[in-house]
Structures are given as C-alpha cells and as structure tokens.
Design a protein around this ligand. Structure first.
Ligand SMILES: [Zn+2]
Length: 479
C-alpha cells in the first residue's frame, strides 16, 4: 500500500461499543502499522485493526477475462501487507478465518473449509472460510466473482479422502474439467501415496486473477485466468501447484534464500507424479530440460541458497526451480529410491505446518540414508556453478584396460565437485557393450579411473552421463 492510500481508520465511532475494548489511533507509513498498546498488563493482547479504502496491490479488484466484476487476492511474496495487517514473512505462519460479504450472485472461495454462508442486507451474502492450520501469509487468499463449481469424485473413500473442486468461469468449466483437471483426484492421491497425507481438509483449483501462471495458495490454488480462458492450460502446472501444498505451504522455507525447498520440490514432484501416473521417462526428460535451461540461464554464478539476492522476485530463477529439482534428482541417485522417498516422507512428517531451512532436509536425508551428506548439500547449496569435465580416454588392448583421465575445468570460483556415481557407457559398432559407474572425488588436479573390460567390450566410443540427467557437461577425447 502506498502512503497516499493511508487507509488506517479507527473503529467506527458511535456504533456499538464492546466492553473492555479500547480505541486507539494507529500510525501507518505504507509498510509498518504501529499500534500504541500502553502499559503491558501481561497475558495476551488482542488487537483489532480496521482498514478502509482500495488497496493499491495484493488484492486485485477489477473485471475477469470473461468481463465480470471480481476481487482476487494475489499475495506472493509480501504483497498482503498492502491491505492485511500481518507479519508478512514465510517464517511467521498463522491460521486464518475469512469473513467476506459479496453480491448474492457471486461465489466466494478462500483457504480452508466453508463454515458459513448467510444472507446479508442489500442482496448480499456473507461467506466464512476457516483454515485452522498455520500457513504463510503469501498463500492466504480469497477470490470472489460469479463462478461454476464442479466436484470431482475421489477414487478412494474413507478418512483420507480429500474433496477436490474446480471453480471456473461458466464459459471455461467444460474445458477445465476435461483437460487440465481431468486427472485431478488421481494426481492428489498419487502425491499422498508418495509424500504423506494431504496437509489440508479440501483442495479447490480456481480460475483467478494472478500475476503468476499458477499460485499455490493453501488448499485453494489460483491459476492465470487468461491461459485458462484461452484453453491453453495443461496438466503440468496442476501437478506443480498441487505438489506445493506439501512443499512450500505445509513445509515452508523459513526465509526467502531457501526458496528452492518450495520451487525445486514442486518442479521435481510435478515430474515424479506425472511418471507415477504412467508417463514413462518424464523425470529423465524433465531433468535433461532442466539441466539445459539452467546452464543457459544467468543464474549459474549464484548459489542455490542465495543470501545476497535481496528481493524475493530475483529468486524466481533457474537456481530455485531447475537446479533445485536437479539437486533432488542427484540426491535420489546417490542415496537410492527407497532412502530418498523415506527421507522425503520423514521430512514432511516432521516439519508439516512449520518453517524450515535446508538443514532440516539434510538431517532427514542423512537419517534415512544412514550416511553423512554434508558435502553434498554444501557443494550444491552454497556453491555456484556445475562441474565441467574433460575426459581423455585411452584404450590398452593388450591389458584390456580403459583409462579415463578426468579434469574438472569449470571456473575455480565454483570449486571442484565430488560426484560419487557418474554413469559411463562403452560402445562398440554403435552398440552399448557395457555401462559402468565411476566415482570422482573432487580432489587434486586430475583423476585417473581405470576400467578392466573383456576383449569384446573394448570401446570405440565412450559416453559420460549418457542420459544427461546429472548437472554436468563432459567433453570426451578419444579413444
Ligand atoms: Zn512453484
């Protein structure tokens, strides 16, 4: 809220006065609201803040893509403060109850469950929505406009069943139900099976005004109304925002530099869920794309946990998304599928409804894998860049040996990387004759690796990381 908005006003005078309620004037400078409380009496102080006016940001009041009046909250990263008094920081989560009065012909949707819908004077209805679990302010939202609501029947019935709804402008509802949200309950159930119980009591997918393609508001995901109205929307964004409910909303980064715990996880579990739903090879294809776009980005000289970035908007980059997802994929390759998913489930179970730094993930993974992972987290979290390998291959036919001399040629400022499992393929006559794994210790100027092979596997060609799913480049010279 800009200073000229200056919407602070004391509670209306002359109305009904509550006993024990003291009215005071606050001071608002466009960022911080100061309320004088007088001498502390001990115990809990309850403060009611009354703001009037039209917010300049964080609550869009306007016209939808289908030409109807509407109001939608769009708070990421710290825009709720323009109209809602709060400690507007991901490290300070809270429960929230919304009471919204809107015209009778509108629907109102918000975080949590609907606990009231009563007639109000002047052809209006008052809706109450309540989320009792603590959520970060940037995912506290409501939306209000005429909408069509469809309920997607769950596959499983029982105590774990989460009601899933799609809230759409009338013109776009058939498209939504049959294309991007066709598998919406299976996506949710798949993520529950992989990660743990869904963190909230219900999930609504909403066509909305948001500056993002999708916004993972807790229990009530908002999607860009224009892409939805143009019927250009696919399932990927639905899986990404759904995964955020666990990672970002329930387990929240304690501060902005740890944003990869939200965006890296959502990017990765979008692919994991898609593959679990039958799209074979989706994770590998996604990792190859992520590695390419990370290497081409202007973020390679910054670490993933970037404490110098300042503005959270600058962290919406290839480090938080693509490299974050690749770090999880490489961690999975090192500890193995079963320790990785056990670690993810333990991390979620231990830190649900709280805010964490990347160390919480490291500890959960170390416990599930039974090994120290400090080196892994240090090199991928705090250091910029990625390994660039120069591999010279020599074949000794008499000794049936393949000798690889590996140098790491990346910028010295990026350091050397420890890579405990780099896949190497040996090819003869265009066919793969052997697949090996080599370990690079990241020490010294160059490292020699010798592979003993049968005569019929002496290679004519050697490929390093043939699937391209590790974050590295390799130039192979010889044989
Ligand atoms: Zn995201």
């Amino acid at each position: 809220m800009r200073p000229e908005y200056a919407g602070y006003a004391p509670a209306p005078r002359g109305g009904e006065r509550e006993p024990g309620v003291e009215e005071v004037e606050g001071a608002y400078d466009g960022r911080v609201l100061r309320v004088p409380l007088g001498p502390r009496r001990g115990g809990v102080e309850r403060v009611r803040v009354v703001l009037t006016g039209t917010p300049t940001d964080g609550l869009a009041i306007g016209t939808t893509a289908r030409g109807r009046p509407a109001a939608f909250v769009d708070g990421w990263p710290q825009r709720l403060r323009h109209w809602l008094p709060a400690v507007d920081h991901p490290g300070d989560k809270a429960a929230i109850t919304w009471t919204i009065t809107a015209p009778d012909t509108w629907q109102v949707v918000a975080n949590g469950v609907n606990t009231g819908r009563v007639a109000a004077p002047g052809g209006r209805t008052t809706w109450t929505w309540r989320e009792t679990r603590p959520i970060p302010t940037y995912v506290m939202v409501f939306g209000a406009t005429p909408m069509t609501v469809s309920r997607h029947p769950p596959l499983l019935r029982g105590p774990d069943t989460i009601p899933v709804e799609v809230w759409s402008y009338a013109e776009d509802s058939a498209f939504a139900d049959s294309v991007p949200f066709r598998r919406v309950t299976t996506i949710l159930e798949t993520l529950q099976r992989i990660i743990g119980p869904f963190p909230y009591d219900r999930l609504a997918h909403v066509q909305a005004a948001t500056r993002f393609g999708g916004m993972e508001n807790a229990g009530v995901i908002f999607y860009d109304e224009d892409g939805w109205a143009a019927h250009r929307m696919g399932e990927g964004v639905v899986r990404h925002e759904s995964a955020h409910q666990w990672f970002g909303d329930a387990v929240t980064p304690a501060d902005w530099p740890h944003l990869w715990l939200s965006e890296g996880f959502a990017s990765y579990f979008d692919l994991v869920a898609g593959e679990a739903l039958g799209d074979t090879g989706l994770v590998a294809r996604g990792m190859r794309r992520a590695a390419t776009s990370y290497r081409r980005s202007d973020a390679v000289d910054r670490p993933v946990v970037d404490t110098a970035a300042g503005d959270p908007m600058r962290l919406l980059n290839a480090n938080s998304y693509q490299k974050g997802a690749l770090v999880l994929h490489m961690l999975r390759a090192i500890v193995g599928d079963s320790a990785f998913f056990r670690g993810v489930r333990a991390y979620y179970a231990a830190h649900r409804d709280s805010s964490v730094t990347s160390d919480a993930l490291r500890r959960a993974m170390e416990r599930s894998a039974g090994t120290d992972l400090g080196w892994f987290f240090d090199q991928w979290r705090w250091r910029p860049g990625y390994p660039q390998l120069d591999v010279a291959v020599q074949v000794d036919s008499a000794q049936r040996r393949v000798e690889l001399t590996v140098r790491q040629t990346q910028l010295p400022a990026w350091g050397r990387f420890r890579l405990p499992a780099v896949p190497v393929q040996l090819l003869r006559g265009g066919q793969v004759v052997s697949t090996r794994t080599i370990a690079l210790d990241g020490r010294g100027g160059e490292q020699r690796v010798t592979l003993q092979v049968p005569r019929d596997q002496l290679p004519e060609l050697v490929l390093v990381d043939p699937a391209g799913t590790l974050l590295l480049t390799a130039t192979v010279r010889g044989p």
